[in-house]
Design a binder for this molecule. Structure first.
Ligand SMILES: [Zn+2]
Length: 295
């Protein structure tokens, strides 16, 4: 296909119809999906291959296994919350004990690539390899066949969606274009995986991580909580889904941990919020979809 998009008539990237307004279970008003991307050190290697020898750059990722994930697992257990962990194959192979601890905590293990390589147009072989190597690591290390996939760097292309469907993934959680789950339509018009769209306001990386390649101003608790509470309250009013994008490299650090736990406590205090894993939300969508088709 020509790379000159101006030679084609304009059309939206997403051909799926509007998201159906299925009710949430038990009369709840909205859903909250606490989710963590376990990038390991692979995110720093993917950023620049020379980083393999840059040990302090890698140590940002190393924090995750040494402190971040254990602290987060304690916090979730104390609150009896089951979360979704999108884990790279790198993390599974380099830190199997850490990933076993996540699974032992009753959390959902989902796919997040192997080397955390960004899906790119025209690079189907590389995307296929990322998918296959990640699936293999999940099977070998944890005996898990994942229901969900979140793209490294949150990018997606049409051929990747088709690959997810072929491999039986129930859902993707990468796109930014809705506040309710919907089912993808593949390029050939057939149904694709369910999308649990991400709310980028809940990507803690933007608020709490700074390094020499991308210096950022760290955000205060008041700043982040104000955004998170407003997003949740309005999504609740709209009957939507808040799908979080937290990283143990950020929300496992002291300040991020306080913000995350305060927010989870805030959500737990509201009976109208269904706190669930991606797999649970996708299964609920699927059941509603089947019921609607039978009516
Ligand atoms: Zn990631």
């Amino acid at each position: 296909m020509s790379l000159d998009y101006t030679s084609r008539p304009p059309s939206g990237a997403n051909q799926a119809p509007p998201a159906p307004a299925y009710p949430w279970p038990s009369g709840r008003q909205c859903a909250l999906m606490p989710a963590f991307d376990v990038d390991g050190e692979s995110v720093w290697l993917a950023f620049d291959a020379l980083s393999e020898q840059r040990l302090v750059s890698r140590s940002y990722g190393g924090y995750e296994a040494r402190v971040g994930v254990p602290k987060i697992l304690e916090a979730l257990a104390a609150r009896q919350i089951r979360a979704t962990f999108f884990v790279t194959g790198w993390a599974l192979d380099a830190q199997p004990a850490l990933c076993e601890a996540i699974a032992r905590g009753g959390h959902e293990i989902a796919h997040h690539g192997y080397w955390h390589q960004r899906p790119e147009p025209g690079q189907d072989d590389a995307m296929r390899q990322e998918l296959e190597m990640g699936l293999d690591a999940m099977r070998r290390v944890l005996g898990v066949v994942p229901a969900g996939y979140r793209a490294p760097y949150g990018e997606s292309v049409a051929s990747l969606l088709a690959m997810l469907q072929q491999r039986g993934f129930a859902y993707s959680s990468s796109w930014r274009d809705d506040i309710r789950p919907y089912r993808h339509v593949l390029a050939d018009g057939t149904p694709g995986p369910i999308e649990l769209p991400v709310n980028f306001s809940f990507d803690d990386w933007s608020y709490g991580l700074t390094h020499r390649h991308a210096p950022r101003t760290l955000m205060t608790r008041e700043h982040v909580m104000s955004i998170w509470k407003d997003e949740l309250a309005q999504t609740r009013d709209w009957g939507g889904l808040v799908s979080m994008v937290m990283h143990p490299q950020v929300s496992g650090r002291p300040k991020g941990f306080r913000i995350m736990t305060e927010f989870l406590d805030h959500a737990l205090a509201d009976d109208g919020i269904w706190i669930a894993t991606g797999a649970q939300i996708a299964a609920h969508f699927s059941a509603c979809e089947t019921a609607a088709a039978q009516r």
